[in-house]
Design a protein around this ligand. Structure first.
Ligand code: UD1
Length: 374
């Protein structure tokens, strides 16, 4: 490259803030696309990764960095667990220090966790523009901490990268249209990139002695289910009566609660495990009869793999999966859950529209970003 070209290159610095399990999955394809497009349109992008430390156990954090090839974060601010206000406050204070030191041109935040909100607040108060990936999702349930986090983050962001048509519409209803782009879902990018590798590398079916379509896969971690004894018990009793074994990788908080209660419930049909890495989860999802979950990510991953999903919530941000017939909302109602399991023909699984894009959301994000700054 000639000296003339070097002087022409515009360099921009991004700080990417992640901290909870799904954010590692979402940020990985964007980091990869940044590397791929670096230098295009005369823009050199430098990404500085910040880990808030919201998730810190090996199986909740490091294993995702290893599997997804995410580089070691430049900063790990080690916020750890705590009550929502305290956890968000600790992160806000420490992320602010990082942003003052790094002086980025833009901050990237993902999804709807306390890490997302802390990153967005720290940035906006320093007048640093924010790009929110997975903008515009709404459950319209303000009792969910995630709903508060995403509404506030959307309203202070400059670039809002939406996964779906509905998310763009949601923002429009709130008066947000400038800087809003429908790009598709970065989780679909991650899925597309990794599924073959996962199938090659994971031995989880053999290790657990499972046969394809001979079990259900479940995750339960939302506060509305774990912190409500009646709801959790109803979900577990349903799993115990749904005809096939249920594999239940446990989020640490759910584990803590179940350690106190499950012996009393005699859950013979449920096989509890540690939290599982991304590859094992992908293989388990692909081969399950159905997925029972309160996770947003897993609802979509089931859809990507054309596996029916039973959502243990009263509403979902991912309505497209229900509209296409692959997902049904049962809440924590035991009868509804068992009925859905035993009648997996609850919908005709014929339509499978590409509602989450084509697996190139990250590419679109980076191209838009470069256009924005060029
Ligand atoms: C967070 C997100 C949620 C996301 C989920 C993905 C918020 C408000 N919620 O919920 O949207 O779906 O991550 O998993 O940000 N714990 C450990 N080890 C860890 C992490 C957590 O033991 O590595 C335990 C702690 O007891 C902690 C509890 O899990 O108090 C909850 O963790 P926290 O990060 O507060 O929220 P999540 O429930 O994981």
């Amino acid at each position: 490259m000639s000296r003339k070209n070097v002087t022409k290159m515009r360099e921009i610095k991004l700080v990417t803030i992640v901290g909870a399990r799904p954010q590692f999955i979402k940020a990985a394809p964007v980091s990869r696309a940044i590397k791929k497009h670096n230098g295009s349109h005369g823009v050199q992008v430098r990404e500085v990764l910040v880990h808030s430390g919201q998730h810190y156990d090996y199986l909740m954090s490091k294993v995702f960095f290893d599997e997804l090839g995410i580089p070691e974060p430049r900063y790990n601010i080690g916020a750890g667990s705590g009550a929502h206000g305290r956890q968000t406050g600790v992160m806000l204070e420490k992320i602010e220090d990082v942003l003052i030191k790094e002086k980025p041109d833009l901050v990237f935040v993902y999804g709807d966790t306390n890490t997302t909100l802390a990153g967005a607040l720290a940035a906006v108060k320093l007048h640093i523009p924010i790009a929110h990936v997975e903008a515009g999702l709404r459950s319209y349930n303000k009792l969910m901490p995630e709903e508060i986090n995403r509404v506030l983050t959307d309203h202070v962001s400059t670039l809002l990268f939406c996964p779906t048509r509905a998310s763009v519409e949601n923002l429009k209803k709130e008066g947000l249209s400038a800087g809003v782009y429908r790009v598709g879902d970065v989780m679909y990018d991650s899925f597309r990139f990794n599924i073959k590798i996962a199938e090659r590398d994971s031995n989880i079916l053999k290790t657990m002695g499972l046969t394809p379509k001979g079990y259900y896969l479940s995750t339960v971690h939302r506060a509305e289910n774990t912190d409500n004894a009646g709801r959790l018990e109803s979900i577990l009793r349903a799993m115990n009566s749904c005809g096939k074994p249920v594999v239940l990788p446990l989020h640490p908080r759910t584990k803590k609660i179940l350690d106190e209660r499950s012996s009393r419930l005699r859950l013979k049909n449920i096989f509890m495990t540690e939290p599982l890495p991304y590859f094992d989860m992908a293989v388990l999802t692909k081969n399950a009869s159905a997925v029972l979950t309160d996770s947003g990510g897993l609802q979509k991953e089931a859809y990507f793999l054309k596996v029916p999903c039973i959502t243990l919530r009263d509403e979902t941000e991912w309505m497209e999966t229900c509209e296409a017939g692959w997902n049904v909302l049962t809440g924590a109602d035991k009868l509804k859950i068992v009925d859905a399991c035993l009648n997996l023909s609850f919908r005709k699984y014929s339509r499978h529209p590409a509602v989450y894009g084509n697996g190139n959301a990250a590419e679109k994000i980076v191209k838009l970003l470069i256009k924005h700054v060029a």
